[in-house]
Design a protein around this ligand. Structure first.
Ligand SMILES: Cc1cc2nc3c(=O)[nH]c(=O)nc-3n(C[C@H](O)[C@H](O)[C@H](O)COP(=O)(O)O)c2cc1C
Length: 178
């Protein structure tokens, strides 16, 4: 049976990388369902994500579901893995604080499956004490992290904040799902 991956996409310039990730995972016979934050939609379109994944893209917690169900609970119950890729500093902060004010945070906090987070941000944002504290807190409760790595950032500087290599992310996903 196909394993279900929820791919959370946040408002980062690296959001376009989710496309290659989806393509790879679909080829490997995983079912990929994307949840975007409102800010992610400024970087990537629902049309692209739905076309590549072959599944409905979820974003709005209050959109009327097709069946009588609560979307975030249904999504989290079906998930074998939730990967947040790319994960913004804001999303990492919200998860560490238990804030659940959108569909992605609600789905994650109501899930029991493994959670993999691939941060992508400006290097100062990444190195900031608050971000580092948030990552430590999430690691303590079992969330896995991959990257970021050093590379050219959207701001033009070279620094640590670049999303991990896709091959490494896919390898980690496959390892977790084995
Ligand atoms: C052009 C642009 C690029 C951005 N890239 C990032 C990024 O890579 N990482 C990050 O943490 N925030 C980035 N931001 C800021 C986030 O979009 C902002 O914090 C947003 O509130 C995140 O919302 P979300 O976590 O709900 O998706 C960027 C903003 C802009 C305008």
């Amino acid at each position: 049976m196909k394993k279900n991956i929820i791919l959370g996409i946040t408002g980062s310039i690296a959001a376009y990388k989710a496309c290659d990730l989806i393509t790879y995972l679909v080829k490997k016979n995983y079912s990929v369902t994307c949840i975007t934050t409102k800010e992610a939609e400024a970087f990537i379109t629902r049309l692209t994500l739905e076309t590549l994944s072959g599944n409905k893209v979820y974003s709005d917690m209050f959109e009327m579901p097709e069946k009588r169900e609560i979307t975030h609970v249904t999504l989290s119950e079906k998930a074998d893995l939730i990967a947040v890729c790319p994960a913004s500093a804001n999303m990492i902060g919200k998860l560490a604080a238990g804030i659940s004010d959108d569909l992605l945070t609600c789905t994650i906090i109501s899930s029991k499956c493994p959670v993999l987070i691939a941060p992508a941000m400006n290097d100062n944002m990444y190195k900031h004490g608050v971000t580092q504290r948030n990552i430590r807190e999430l690691r303590k409760i079992g969330y896995e992290f991959i990257g970021p790595i050093s590379g050219r950032l959207a701001c033009g500087y070279i620094g640590t904040g670049h999303i991990a290599e896709l091959t490494h992310i896919t390898q980690r996903i496959e390892k977790i799902l084995k």
